[in-house]
Design a protein around this ligand. Sequence first.
Ligand SMILES: Nc1ncnc2c1ncn2[C@@H]1O[C@H](COP(=O)(O)OP(=O)(O)O)[C@@H](O)[C@H]1O
Ligand SMILES: [Mg+2]
Length: 152
Amino acid sequence: MLIASLKPRTMGGTTNTGLLAYALARAGHPVTCYDADESLQLAAWARDAGDFPCEVHEADTPAFAEVVYPEMNHDRINVVDAGHAENHPDIVDSILEVVDLVLLTLSPTNPDYERLTKPERGTPLAKVIKRSAALRESGQPPTTNVLLNRCQ
Ligand SMILES: Nc1ncnc2c1ncn2[C@@H]1O[C@H](COP(=O)(O)OP(=O)(O)O)[C@@H](O)[C@H]1O
Ligand SMILES: [Mg+2]
């Protein structure tokens, strides 16, 4: 399966991706990570941690669905960390074509909630997720859970 960590902008997404992958691997699940953020912070974290229990592959490409996804071992739990959806909509669109489950990290503030639902500029991430249905095999958008994070 493929789990994607998404967020409109910086929200603690990479931290959540790393901790989720770490917890799943330590619980005995086969986990592989993909870093689809060009800042490659998950890859750097895994390298610097020394004991990070999963491989992290660089995957910051808008051809994620066509190039990265078909090469995955789908019997494993694959976890992809995406960059800021506001800045890299092409990569996020491609991930949304093939992902099974979205974990969307959001700081529980009104301005950040509005980035998801009603930004001053650009397409709301909630709408980006809904319209991905048109390109998905199921014809449905992926199941999406919002994780409120960085509470003040
Ligand atoms: N739950 C949290 N509470 C406080 N700070 C956090 C939390 N999660 C992440 N951070 C901090 O927020 C900053 C951005 O986190 P990061 O995971 O890199 O975000 P993103 O990948 O969404 O840009 C980092 O300094 C990180 O340590
Ligand atoms: Mg990040």
